[in-house]
Design a protein around this ligand. Structure first.
Ligand code: FAD
Length: 279
């Protein structure tokens, strides 16, 4: 399968926790830069990572001459801390943020001065006008804490109306969920691009664990196939490449405005999928 027109790509990393991880990610990034990503983004606060780790990785990407987006979560934050972090990011030359609510580790109370990502988008726009291109999260299979699909869509609309420029979705393996979400967004008169988030499949247990936590559905046929491979990693990887390449091709054929790869700080699967797509 090959694409006829170039699809904008973006690639997501998480901040490594060790100096070996930092060096390994440097190499991974160099390999992935061959895909000429529109930007690379770095997660913030996920999995216990620190804000310093995020900012350091963002700095490294900018120093490599690539556009970098910092994820920015507001849960538990105050206006004063957010204001200070925005000033740091601006001084670093960051032009794009992924504005999120984030998740508190279980056992922590909510606290903080922001309740939802829409509050963060409103605050960033009020404080920094159009200094940043703002991405927000979208959930074609509905955010796990949403009261209903309709209220989740309203929450998404609130982020757009507050000033988001574009959106990246949670990953999914059911293209229809994405296309329906985009139709609903269009029907509400919201015109921002909604870029599908793509999670390559490279391991069975890791994917199951992640998906349970973030509410992404692994279709039964994929789950059963993965389970049937047991510890046979080459078969899992081969199957994963086929499934995710097909998904990307469907998304492109249906007009997705780009592809955002959750690289998990690995290059092989993303490179192979893009090669098969002709990116
Ligand atoms: P929100 O848009 O605020 O939504 C959160 C929940 O509140 C939803 O259920 C929504 O329906 C509901 N809601 C929103 N507004 C209202 C309202 N006014 N009334 C009632 N209900 C409302 N997490 C990290 O910690 N770090 C990261 O770097 C990170 N990167 C991510 C990148 C992408 C592309 C995606 C899709 C997710 C990412 N996450 C990250 C996970 C994200 O933080 C969680 O999914 C979090 O639970 C929700 O964040 P949000 O910005 O979507 O929140």
């Amino acid at each position: 399968m090959t694409m006829t027109t170039a699809t904008p790509l973006s690639i997501e990393f998480f901040p490594p926790k060790t100096s070996e991880g930092v060096e390994k990610l440097r190499l991974v990034r160099q390999q992935l830069y061959a895909l000429k990503p529109e930007f690379c983004s770095v997660t913030f606060g996920a999995g216990g990572s620190t804000q310093e780790g995020t900012f350091n990785t963002v700095r490294d990407i900018l120093a490599e001459g690539v556009s970098a987006a910092s994820h920015f979560s507001c849960i538990g934050a105050t206006r004063a801390t957010v204001r200070a972090q925005l000033a740091t990011l601006k001084a670093m030359g960051v032009k794009r943020l992924v504005a999120l609510r984030g998740d508190l580790p279980s056992g922590y109370g909510a606290g903080g001065e922001f309740q939802y990502a829409s509050d963060l988008v409103t605050f960033i726009r009020a404080e920094t006008s159009d200094d940043f291109h703002l991405e927000v999260a979208a959930y074609p299979e509905v955010h796990p804490q949403a009261k209903s699909p309709a209220s989740d869509l309203q929450a998404f609309a609130a982020k757009v109306k507050a000033g988001a420029n574009s959106a990246i979705t949670q990953y999914f393996y059911n293209a229809d969920a994405y296309f329906r979400f985009v139709e609903e967004v269009d029907a509400m008169g919201l015109t921002i691009p909604v870029v599908p988030g793509i999670m390559p499949i490279t391991s069975s247990t890791q994917l199951m664990r992640f998906s349970d936590a973030c509410g992404a559905e692994i279709p039964r046929w994929i789950r059963l196939r993965l389970q049937s491979f047991g510890d046979d990693l080459p078969s899992i990887k081969a199957f994963g490449l086929d499934v995710v390449t097909d998904l990307c091709a469907q998304l492109q054929a249906g007009g997705a405005p780009g592809l955002h790869f959750y690289s998990m700080n690995q290059s092989v699967a993303t490179l192979e999928i893009c090669k098969r797509l002709g990116c």
